[in-house]
Design a protein around this ligand. Structure first.
Ligand code: ADP
Ligand code: MG
Length: 696
């Protein structure tokens, strides 16, 4: 058994491995590329490739793949072996610099949103040397970006990398103004908290809806849900503990800093959080984490559900994107320190984030809009679809004081008195927790909580980085030309808060009053994906992303189309699955049970007309009435689906589906769920919510 430090990163071609395996000058050249983005020459690339291959073979690899993140939101890989014939029926294991740096997958089957016709199959993958290569299941995986023959971006990675660079440039300008000459770059850091469900694999296999759509499309409310609040942070079951232990081991091998695991609010729901890293690495690692969650679960006879809403009536799963900015020397730029009221550099960065979120709230909302996440945002379990910022009382008071021209009085370190003598007094945090805010300041970072559990974190962070960079750039321009630097700093902080305090909301975002108050403040509340996505193309949003070279207008159009189409397809598959389950399993079960009841009634009457058959008859009547309704709603759903297919414009089709198809799906579900509560268990074709949620 290896120790954790031995295990950690053992499958990663990390910096220390590179230093050990590469000739000194090659290592130096590569580091230069990583730091400055300079091109690698062929010789150096060949040397890196050979070292990488030898190392990977030591780790059991026989194949390599460019590993990329197309717009499907999941990862893609195509394995090639290192094998190369040398005549005489012999082979050697070979890997060239060219194969490392550039790949050419036949890319016609990835979504491009109209950027590429299917006959134009050529796509390129290009090595991203800032994210380390790793070995996974006998394959050397090389993180890459993915673009078309014409150079248009076809992946989620490239715009993210661009946005990081943009933010770095603008943040460094601000640092220089505050006299920091040491820091060379600023990167954004992210720690994504990942929620998921575990259910028994055998039960999972009996549900076509889980298998095909990742969520239950039918299922009556169980007698027990999450109301006892006994699952959150509860004792972890032995089987789950064994799963988590193996999960950690697999993640550690890949250099993923898996740190925290606990039970979540809903039964069978859990969370895993890593220690934060640079955003692109964190993005790669979160994709890997989602993949490994599923694989390790399968080894334990479990199925891991990453869907945002696997069960109606029970909390769904989100992903919390903890985000901050840090210099290459490790200074966290969102660390307020002991007295934030005097920490002007911090206040400038904070103001930039507040303004960015207010001005580009719609883009953040776009980044969290998916069919799955529609079930959460707007329901009282996840932050609402309204984007707002939680600052906590202390920072709000500091900014209020600036805005009103008053002096902020520091209350000093407040100690928490537990009134228990053996416990030491605890220093009280300067902000309380607010779990209802979509964008909350949590001490030295912001936490964007509106993301769905199955989503890639790339889009959200691309938006955050670019929006904050834009505002920082504008601040820097003002400060660089200001007559009095100190005065201008004060002016920016004061002005920004006055103009953008509408986005700050420290109250309960789940309350009924908040949407009304938000509307008064002019904040948008886009409840569904079809309502949200078209705003990707709003003028200000296109201007932001194209100005900084993160995405061109054409690329944003294509992304919007891919997202809309995804929504249409997901709902189409869900509706079809419902229809098939209702027709071939649910209706037959109801009819069979009803027949039993009727036959029993007849048998009884045959025995003696005096025997009562009220129970059998009334239940059979109830089943019959419900199946009639169900059949009518089933036909209505079929009709709505057919109608939706006739709508050509994706935006209009998505809107129609979001309203009409979803409405029919809900009605159909209601009938089926009623049947589940009256049809005898042995007749019911599927495991129930109680089985799924409590039998792990
Ligand atoms: P909290 O209890 O406030 O949620 P945790 O320490 O549990 O804080 O952290 C939650 C997540 O936030 C973890 O993934 C953690 O690594 C991440 N995180 C902490 N500091 C930062 C930071 N400066 N930048 C990005 N993420 C961070
Ligand atoms: Mg948290």
């Amino acid at each position: 058994m290896s120790t954790v430090p031995e295990l950690f990163g053992s499958m990663v071609f990390s910096d220390s491995v590179m230093r050990e395996k590469l000739p000194k000058d090659v290592y130096k050249e590569l580091k230069k590329t990583i730091k400055t983005g300079a091109r690698l020459n062929t010789e150096v690339a060949n040397a890196v490739a050979t070292a990488m291959k030898d190392w990977a073979i030591e780790k059991g690899a026989t194949h390599f793949t460019h590993w990329f993140q197309p717009m499907t939101g999941i990862t893609a890989e195509k394995h090639d072996s290192f094998l190369s014939p040398v005549g005489d029926g012999k082979v050697i294991m070979e890997f060239s610099g060219k194969a490392l740096i550039q790949g050419e997958p036949d890319a016609s089957s990835f979504p491009s949103g109209g950027l590429r016709a299917t006959f134009e199959a050529r796509g390129y993958t290009a090595w991203d040397p800032t994210s380390p290569a790793f070995v996974k299941e006998e394959t050397l995986c090389i993180p890459t970006a993915f673009c078309s023959y014409g150079g248009e971006v076809l992946d989620k990675k490239t715009p993210l990398l661009r946005s990081m660079q943009v933010l770095s440039e603008q943040a460094v300008r601000i640092l220089r103004l505050f006299g920091n000459t040491a820091a060379q770059t600023v990167s954004t850091t992210v720690g994504p908290e990942q929620e998921y469900f575990l259910v028994d694999q055998e039960l999972f296999d009996q549900r076509p809806d889980l298998l095909l759509t990742g969520r239950t499309l039918f299922g009556a409310k169980p007698p027990k849900g999450q109301e006892l609040e006994d699952h959150y942070f509860g004792v972890i079951k032995t089987r789950v503990k064994a799963f988590m232990a193996e999960l950690d081991e697999e993640l550690w091998k890949l250099g993923i800093l898996s740190k925290t695991e606990h039970n979540e609010v809903a039964p069978a729901q859990h969370e895993i959080a890593p220690i934060f890293s640079t955003t692109n690495v964190s993005c790669d690692q979160n994709q890997l984490t989602m993949e490994i969650l599923k694989k390790v679960a399968a080894r334990h006879g479990l199925a891991c559900l990453l869907h945002e809403k696997p069960f109606a009536g029970v909390n769904g799963s989100g992903k919390h994107n903890n985000w901050s900015m840090a210099t290459d020397l490790g200074e966290n730029l969102l660390e307020p320190g002991q007295s934030p009221q005097e920490n002007f550099q911090f206040l400038i960065f904070l103001s930039a984030v507040i303004k960015a979120v207010d001005v580009y709230a719609d883009l953040l909302r776009v980044s969290s809009a998916t069919a799955g996440n529609d079930h959460r945002l707007g329901a009282n379990e996840a932050p609402p679809a309204i984007v707002s910022v939680f600052l906590g009382s202390q920072l709000t008071e500091v900014l209020e004081a600036f805005a009103s021209g008053e002096r902020y009085v520091d209350p000093g370190q407040v100690m928490l008195d537990t009134s228990v003598q053996v416990l030491p007094p605890l220093p009280k945090d300067n902000t309380d927790r607010n779990r209802t805010s979509p964008f909350a300041f949590t001490g030295n970072k912001f936490e964007f909580r509106a993301m769905g559990s199955a989503q890639s974190i790339s889009c959200t962070n691309m938006v955050l980085n670019t929006a904050v960079a834009e505002i920082l750039g504008a601040f820097a321009s003002r400060l660089e030309t200001a007559k009095d630097f100190g005065e201008e700093v004060l002016k920016i902080i004061t002005e920004t808060y006055k103009q953008h305090s509408r986005i700050v909301f420290n109250g309960n975002s789940y309350s009924e009053e908040w949407p009304i108050e938000a509307e008064r403040r002019g904040l948008h509340n886009y409840r569904t994906t079809p309502e949200t996505l078209p705003h990707y193309l709003d003028e200000a949003n296109v201007a932001l992303l194209s100005k900084h070279g993160v995405l061109t207008e054409k690329e944003i159009e294509s992304r919007t189309e891919v997202l809309l189409e995804n929504y249409i397809k997901v709902l189409g598959i869900e509706a079809q699955t419902m229809l098939s389950m209702a027709k071939t399993d649910i209706l037959p079960a109801a009819v069979a049970y009803s027949e039993t009841l009727t036959r029993t009634a007849l048998d009884k009457k045959a025995l003696s007309p005096a025997i009562s058959t009220v129970y059998e008859e009334s239940l059979a009547a109830q089943i019959s009435a419900t199946t009639e309704c169900l059949y009518a709603n089933l036909s209505a759903l079929e009709q709505a689906l057919i109608e939706s297919r006739g709508i050509e414009c994706p935006e209009a089709a998505a809107k129609f589906i979001g309203e009409k198809v979803v409405e029919k799906m809900n009605l159909l579900r209601e009938n089926a769920d009623t049947l589940e509560t009256i049809v005898a268990t042995e007749y019911w074709p599927y495991p129930t919510y109680s089985d799924l949620l409590f039998r792990v």
